[in-house]
Design a protein around this ligand. Structure first.
Ligand code: NDP
Length: 375
């Protein structure tokens, strides 16, 4: 067994994967919410039974050690009833968006997982916190910094934890990228190249409706390139420049970008060249350091992420060697562990807010055609 694989397995034991948390990530607010009795799994309610919930989260919940699917929130009662039968959720734990606030009276639900279109994240996070539930909210956290502030404040006021669904913070190859950079295994990183994209289909979907999406490819998929640049650099960017493009004006209306290319400058002088697109498949994070390079490609798939790094002189690249994991199961178990043991999450609301602020600056830079400083 390789050294990297052995180390990952050791760290993973007993959910020790938290020890891999990248240190620049801010600490979560400490919630002193009462923990459920020992031995009981944390009950999770999924809000929005769309593609991610159906294909990733519900199956992942079956693989978690610390969580169970105990609640369903949907605008389609028939679908919710089908889900309830399949997953053994009682009728009393099915809610609509209108009846959602009654979730406060349901002791079987500890965590609300918001899996709705982006513009609905703030409302349901705030309502969940006010109902006394911990919140996992999908990325992007919201559609404005102001909304992020309101979400953080609501969870703080209710003394409940808030985490953002940044699954790659639990994915071993991506964590290895951050470690290689942080420990300067190839010397200091100088240049980062991060690209994330997919070709979007149905023009009628909410992702292309600004009122529901809050933006275009950047908020949805380019956020992964931004995240990678930040967790590899291990610093916060001080300046951004950007250009965006729309080649299909029928599909992409103003305010919904098709592709955005952006550059980030970090305090140490690291520069990151990032791409985000709804026009084509992209998925590679690469870091060039003083004495070598390392990369993940594919970088952000649900399965099959692969990493490699430059080998010793005269030899070819060396592959990373990590076990495949279910990123969503790891993310939910980690959050449950944080709730159960009152520990900070590595992906708190503050982390989502940082991205939101930078993405606003990227749009500003693209629109103004100038570099925007991030104080
Ligand atoms: P879907 O369109 O597949 O599902 C969204 C669900 O939200 C719908 O099925 C519906 O559920 C509910 N909904 C409520 N109001 C509306 C509305 N006005 N229009 C459309 N849907 C509505 O989206 P996804 O599941 O792909 O994405 C949901 C969230 O998850 C997004 O924020 C996205 O960014 C994030 N995501 C994260 C991923 C990751 O890797 N971490 C991957 C994919 C998505 P119902 O019918 O039950 O009411």
């Amino acid at each position: 067994m390789s050294e990297t694989r052995r180390r990952f397995l050791q760290e993973l034991g007993g959910l020790g994967a938290a020890a891999w948390a990248v240190p620049f990530l801010g600490a979560a607010r400490s919630g002193a919410a009462p923990a459920p009795p020992p031995g009981r799994k944390l009950g999770v309610a999924l809000v929005g039974l769309g593609s991610l919930s159906a294909n990733q989260l519900a199956p992942a919940l079956q693989k978690t050690s610390l969580c169970a699917l105990t609640g369903l929130v949907s605008g389609h009662p028939d679908k919710a009833r089908e889900w309830a039968a399949r997953y053994g959720v009682p009728d009393k734990s099915i809610y609509t968006y209108e009846s959602f606030d009654r979730i406060k009276d349901n002791p079987d639900i500890d965590v609300v997982y918001v899996v709705l279109p982006n513009s609905m994240h703030a409302e349901f996070t705030i309502r969940a916190a006010q109902a006394g539930k911990h919140v996992l909210c999908e990325k992007p956290m919201a559609i404005s910094v102001k909304e992020c502030d309101a979400m953080i404040a609501a969870c703080q006021a209710a003394r409940r934890k808030l985490a953002i669904g940044y699954r790659l913070h639990f994915e071993p190859n991506n964590l290895e990228m951050a470690r290689l950079a942080r420990e300067k295994v190839f010397g200091a990183v100088k240049v980062i190249d991060a690209a994330a994209g997919f070709r979007i289909g149905d023009p009628a979907q909410w992702r292309l409706d600004k009122a529901l999406s809050g933006g275009g490819s950047l908020l949805d998929i380019g956020i992964y390139a931004l995240q990678a640049a930040r967790y590899i650099a291990g610093e916060e960017p001080v300046a951004v420049s950007a250009q965006w493009s729309i080649t299909d004006p029928v599909k992409f209306k103003p305010g919904v970008d098709e592709s955005v290319l952006f550059t980030l400058r970090f305090p140490s002088g690291i520069v990151a060249n990032c791409s985000s697109s709804y026009a084509t498949g992209l998925g590679r994070f690469w870091a060039g350091a003083e004495r070598g390079w390392f990369e993940v490609d594919p970088a952000l798939w649900y399965n099959g992420i692969k990493g490699r790094m430059s080998g010793p002189q005269g030899q070819g690249p060396q592959a990373f060697d990590f076990p495949a994991i279910d990123q969503f199961a790891a993310e939910m178990d980690d959050f449950a562990d944080c709730v159960l043991h009152d520990k900070p999450t590595r992906v708190p609301g503050e982390e989502g807010r940082r991205d939101q602020r930078i993405m606003a600056a990227i749009y500003e830079a693209a629109e103004a055609g100038k570099t925007v400083a991030l104080a």
